[in-house]
Design a protein around this ligand. Structure first.
Ligand SMILES: [Zn+2]
Length: 211
């Protein structure tokens, strides 16, 4: 793992949790937790519910297992960036993951896209990391495409792909699903081979039929 993807979070936090049985880890449940400042965790229920649906969706899309054995989504007060894709410990600005009754649909879409974006980085950026920062566009372009893919699959009534065309510009629009699929499967085939030779405990197994 690249050192920039390591994170520890220390503070007074509360959490809510769910478990999900992932296609590539059918023998165990993966715990997905949302941490927030005291009194705030319940505002993360939407993001938590989304995350447990996004992870199996990505495993099936990439044909490669999630590299972590748990997933923590952490809402941090005064977090400078929007979010950061640390392996299995994704950190967020509170406004990028927490919602309440005053949240508009537009804001809720933003939260869904950010959560889906950061989870896509578990594959693009974390499982497979660029050699140097001049290839950062690969991380971000694929993760950006996948955030729309996932939200469109899970909440189709939002029709987020039409917004992608407006928001993300021509460069991303040219990254079609088939380009993403072809490149990602090639990358993860290489990743699987390296994992098989070095850390067999996380080598993906054949997927179960559906989750
Ligand atoms: Zn990103």
């Amino acid at each position: 793992m690249s050192t920039y993807l390591v994170a520890w979070v220390i503070g007074e936090l509360e959490s809510i949790q769910k478990t999900v049985r992932l296609p590539y880890s059918p023998d165990r449940e993966t715990v997905v937790s949302l941490y927030a400042a005291p009194g705030q965790a319940s505002k993360g229920q939407f993001s938590l519910d989304l995350a447990v649906r996004v992870l199996p969706l990505y495993e099936k899309f990439f044909e490669c297992g999630y590299i972590g054995d748990k997933m923590d989504l952490v809402a941090i007060p005064d977090f400078a960036a929007g979010a950061m894709e640390n392996v299995a410990c994704v950190t967020f600005r509170e406004s990028a993951i927490l919602i309440d009754e005053s949240t508009t649909t537009m804001e809720k879409k933003y939260v869904a896209l950010v959560v889906a974006h950061e989870l896509a980085h578990m594959w693009f950026g974390d499982a497979v990391t660029m050699v140097w920062w001049n290839a950062l566009f690969l991380n971000e372009a694929f993760a950006t495409y996948m955030e729309y893919y996932a939200v469109d699959k899970l909440i189709p009534e939002w029709n987020v792909f039409t917004e992608m065309l407006q928001r993300e510009g021509g460069a991303l629009c040219s990254l079609t699903r088939w380009t993403a699929l072809t490149l990602s499967r090639s990358m993860f085939a290489t990743h699987r081979r390296s994992m098989t030779s070095s850390t067999p405990s996380v080598t993906p197994k054949a997927p179960v039929s559906s989750v």
